[in-house]
Design a protein around this ligand. Structure first.
Ligand SMILES: Cc1ncc(COP(=O)(O)O)c(C=O)c1O
Length: 383
């Protein structure tokens, strides 16, 4: 049976990985500065992660959400401890889209309203309400287009005010650092004003931290760079270091009712064991401090490279903007220099999303490769 052909693929076949390196079937080593779409947080095949998952699957891999699962409680407590988000409650699911879908659904239940505000170049996933809130007409099917969504320009506080004050908006959903879009951020004033508008108009403020969360921005959550209090925080990618797990942190103002949200697989024993080991490693290895140290080192070198026109993002959620489209550069980095990087909707931006335990020496290797690749591309263009 052929695979349904929805992914354009690079011709690389990873078969194993360790730390910040991935290896193909010929044992060729690739430096992973992309973390499989920002998923790898504590590094590939971390021994504590392997141990936690192995032990758990040997005991109990899965049982349903109809029984007591103390691992969910432990995970919730650990997220609270490391994030500093006191008193929120946790609902567990399996992916980023599912986290946002549940966040939007909850906002609609809570406010009894149904219109959503989101922002240009935002990406929130591919399920019905999440994709409708995503600024990409090509991935919105007619069935999704029935959702009531207004997509505004980031930083356009006047339009946000007009729309929120109409009174029919259940949620404003935002990425504090845009991932897929290309690392744009709104101003502190914009985020803080939107937060206030939400609080005064019975609208929930949803922080989509699916990509920017779990320390990637240099704080546990990217919204913590601002004075805002989201009603719902959605999480996924870095949470399981590759094990599928997502969730939403829910402000105590929102009351749970039996059956309002639910899932078969979400919060299963194995996923919780993976999630707990990720948080333990982030804490024990002080990975958020590492994010800040490595980010400074990265930016310092990036500033010395004349072809880089702009350095975007924060922490280890970074974008290098060039004055040419980066797809050939990305290919050259993969095939000739064996370095994985990412692209964005903004075709001029090379995305850098390494495991959070990346070291300075890896960044130096990346820049060596980048400088050489850029020189070769310039030579090719001159021919
Ligand atoms: C900010 C953001 N939200 C949601 C999603 C969707 O997550 P998933 O692909 O796990 O459904 C993504 C994925 O790239 C994302 O970057």
């Amino acid at each position: 049976m052929p695979l349904f052909n929805v992914y354009p693929l690079y011709d690389v076949t990873p078969v194993k990985a360790k730390g910040v390196y991935v290896y193909d079937e010929n044992d060729t080593e690739y430096l992973d500065l992309y973390g499989g779409h920002a998923v790898i947080s504590i590094g590939h095949a971390h021994p504590k992660y392997i141990e936690a998952i192995t032990n758990q699957v040997n005991n109990l891999g899965f049982y349903s959400n109809a029984i007591q699962n103390p691992l969910q409680v432990k995970l919730a407590d650990k997220i609270e401890e490391l994030s500093g988000c006191k008193d929120y409650e946790l609902f567990l699911c399996n992916s980023g889209a599912e986290a946002n879908e549940n966040a939007l659904k909850l906002a609609s239940f809570q406010t009894n309203k149904s219109r959503v505000i989101s922002f240009k170049n935002g990406f929130h996933g591919r399920t019905s309400a999440a994709v409708a809130a995503t600024d990409n007409a090509t991935i919105i099917a007619p069935i999704n287009a029935q959702q009531k969504v207004t997509i505004l320009d980031l930083n356009d506080i006047e339009s946000a005010k007009i729309e929120i004050e109409k009174g029919d908006v259940c949620a404003v959903i935002v990425e504090f650092i845009q991932g897929v879009g290309g690392l744009d951020e709104a101003t502190a004033n914009f985020f803080e004003q939107v937060d206030i508008l939400c609080k005064t108009n019975n609208t929930l403020f949803i922080a989509d931290e699916v990509q920017s969360g779990y320390g990637r921005s240099g704080k546990f959550f990217a919204f913590q760079h601002y004075e805002v209090t989201p009603d719902i925080i959605s999480i996924a990618k870095g949470m399981g270091n590759g094990f599928p797990i997502g969730g939403i942190l829910i402000h105590p103002n929102i009351e749970a009712k039996f059956g309002m949200l639910g899932t078969t697989f979400g919060g299963n024993h194995l996923a919780c064991a993976a999630g707990l080991s990720v948080l333990n490693v982030i804490e024990d290895e002080e990975l958020i401090d590492n994010v800040n140290t490595i980010s400074k080192h990265f930016v310092k070198i990036a500033k010395t490279i004349p072809q880089i026109k702009n350095i975007k993002g924060r922490g280890l959620m970074l974008g290098l903007e060039f004055d040419f489209e980066v797809s050939d550069l990305r290919k050259k980095l993969i095939y000739d220099y064996h370095v994985f990087t990412g692209g964005a909707k903004n075709k001029y931006v090379l995305r850098i999303l390494p495991p959070l335990n990346v070291k300075k020496e890896h960044i130096n290797l990346f820049f060596e490769a980048l400088v050489n690749a850029l020189e070769e591309l310039i030579k090719i263009q001159k021919r």
